[in-house]
Design a protein around this ligand. Structure first.
Ligand code: NDP
Length: 296
């Protein structure tokens, strides 16, 4: 039976280390890292995410600034807010909650954020930096996956890694990070031929597809480490819903060497890494050494 990679416990430890650094920076330098979150509209899922982000930001000792705008906000008003946040010295990280209403161009909005404050790592400058091996702000979910992989496997050099999914939020940055850690990386997607055979080559299999239980026993090489990024809400058969991943956990766990559960695997790492990125942005802004133990 696979080892369970406990992302919830790891994220808790990471948040604790971040809180320690935040307290030290406040004591020694009188600086409080600040994260501004911009929410446009009333999307219920986004509201829950934003609430959780604010709660965990404050719990880590950071300053949390929340900006809520109506769904029909004109683009120029949103851009003016981003300009103000870019110029605000108390704000080290800016996150615009996605998805945005249709009338707003998400790429234009994200690219209006100062890349040094782009804690989601979605700005074209940060994407380019990541893919050219330069220091960048790295998207939170793949960063969390990388931390879990390093923690459980140590050196990833030479490992065969297969990432299923090529989104800008998860799949592509995940592949870039694995490549940076010297894995041999394959990216699979909806047009890939014989996905199962490709996946079976993997020592490290990352599923970021958005299809419940799509990765089954036939996709996994015995002993592989399986990271399930998927978060899918499905019928629980009792009139309610439950969360499942992209991996058929019950079928894969007896074969894999290690596996992240859903919930409690990758999910909790995302906000923890957002806090880590905010701390990193703050250290860079003020010329302070970046904490080396965040991924420990
Ligand atoms: P996207 O829908 O943006 O991308 C899905 C990717 O999966 C695409 O590249 C698509 O290929 C590929 N795909 C779809 N169907 C197949 C198939 N049958 N075979 C192979 N590849 C396929 O999703 P995201 O990357 O944003 O998210 C993926 C999952 O991760 C979702 O469940 C999401 O909820 C979850 N997620 C979890 C987070 C967390 O905090 N844990 C954060 C972000 C996402 P193609 O490009 O060819 O269309």
């Amino acid at each position: 039976m696979a080892r369970i990679i406990d992302g919830k416990a790891f994220a808790e430890g990471l948040r604790g280390r971040i809180a320690g650094h935040v307290a030290r920076i406040a004591r020694d330098h009188g600086i409080t890292p600040g994260l501004a979150v911009v929410l446009v509209g009333e999307d219920p899922a986004s509201q829950v995410y934003v609430r959780n982000k604010a709660r965990q930001t404050v719990a880590a000792g950071m300053a949390s600034f929340e900006h809520r705008l109506p769904a029909d906000v004109p683009a120029d008003r949103l851009m003016a807010l981003i300009d103000r946040l870019n110029a605000d010295p108390a704000v080290h990280g800016i996150l615009v909650q996605l998805p945005l209403p249709r009338h707003l161009d998400a790429t234009m909005v994200i690219n209006a954020i100062d890349p040094a404050k782009d804690v989601d790592g979605f700005h074209t400058t940060n994407v380019g930096r990541l893919h050219t091996g330069q220091p960048a702000m790295v998207p939170c979910t793949p960063l969390g996956c990388l931390m879990l992989l390093r923690h459980h496997l140590g050196d990833l050099s030479g490992a065969e890694a297969v990432v299923v999914g090529r989104s800008n939020i998860v799949g592509r940055p995940m592949a870039a990070l694995l490549l940076q850690d010297n894995a041999t990386v394959t990216i699979a997607h909806s047009r890939s031929r014989d996905l199962a055979a490709t996946c079976r080559r993997a020592d490290i299999l990352v599923a970021a597809v958005g299809r419940p239980g799509m990765i089954g026993a036939g996709h996994v090489r015995p002993g592989a480490t399986v990271i399930d990024v998927g978060i899918n809400r499905v019928d629980d058969g009792a009139g309610g819903t439950r969360l499942v991943g992209d991996v058929d956990f019950d079928a894969v766990a007896p074969i894999a060497g290690a596996i992240t559960p859903v919930p409690g695997g990758v999910g909790p790492m995302t906000i923890a890494c957002l806090l880590a990125n905010t701390l990193t942005a703050c250290c860079r802004r003020h010329g302070l050494p970046e904490p080396a133990d965040l991924a420990a």
